[in-house]
Design a protein around this ligand. Structure first.
Ligand SMILES: Nc1ncnc2c1ncn2[C@@H]1O[C@H](COP(=O)(O)OP(=O)(O)OP(=O)(O)O)[C@@H](O)[C@H]1O
Ligand SMILES: [Mg+2]
Length: 202
């Protein structure tokens, strides 16, 4: 076992002679058993599908080798590298700029193909060879609305406010790159401001 989170456990295993990572959604005893089973199966299916769909659109994600909806497991490639969250904390201004531009480019690519991530934070990104890999897509969507895209960026902005409050300029670089790379980007950023206004008066 290499990691136990709120919903999932991550372990290493072997698949056809290859070392892989297994993300396993554990049963929750506070849910009705049948509902729990179908929820875990559903999230597993959604996540595996989005990982593959994003990858086929040129957005780096782990390769999915197999999925097991009964045990709610995804067998996938391990991306060896730091999480964007940790890399940003150690990076100098030049590197922060490069990482932020790459994040902006990849969010733009994901959105321009109609997909959203659903839990877009710097903990759900792994850096390898100058590329940003997205993981943890189970709350994402394949036919995303403007609102869902706005929520993606809103969550990312909040992640910067809480984890990287000394580098809000990095979020600005992400947003700027995003708007340049995605034709619908400006409209999404207006939606983000909307969402934040609503938050303030709620
Ligand atoms: N394919 C992968 N390659 C490398 N590391 C991974 C991979 N998938 C998951 N991890 C590691 O495991 C952690 C948890 O995975 P993930 O984000 O998919 O699950 P989670 O449900 O959000 O769990 P948590 O509640 O702990 O965040 C990630 O933050 C990352 O450090
Ligand atoms: Mg996560």
């Amino acid at each position: 076992m290499i990691r136990r989170g709120a919903e999932a456990e991550i372990r290493r295993d072997e698949f056809m002679g290859r070392q892989v990572l297994v993300k396993s959604r554990v049963p929750k005893s506070y849910r009705h058993p049948a509902l729990d089973q179908s929820l875990r199966a559903h999230r597993t299916r959604v996540e595996a599908r989005l990982l593959q769909e994003a990858r086929s659109c040129g957005v780096p994600t782990p390769i999915v080798y197999d999925l097991d909806t009964v045990n709610a497991e995804i067998w996938m490639q391990e991306i060896v590298g730091p999480r964007a969250k940790d890399a940003l904390m150690k990076a100098g201004p030049e590197e922060v700029r490069a990482i932020s531009q790459e994040i902006g480019r990849m969010v733009a690519r994901l959105h321009s193909h109609g997909m959203t991530h659903g839990d877009l934070t710097t903990s759900n990104m792994i850096l390898r060879d100058g590329r940003v890999f997205f993981i943890d897509l189970s709350l994402g969507s394949k036919a995303a609305s403007l609102e869902e895209m706005g929520v993606d960026l809103h969550l990312l902005r909040e992640a910067f406010q809480s984890a990287h409050s000394d580098m809000m300029y990095a979020y600005d670089i992400i947003a700027e790159t995003y708007a340049r790379e995605y034709a619908g980007g400006k409209e999404v950023l207006a939606k983000v401001r909307d969402i934040e206004e609503r938050g303030r008066y709620a």
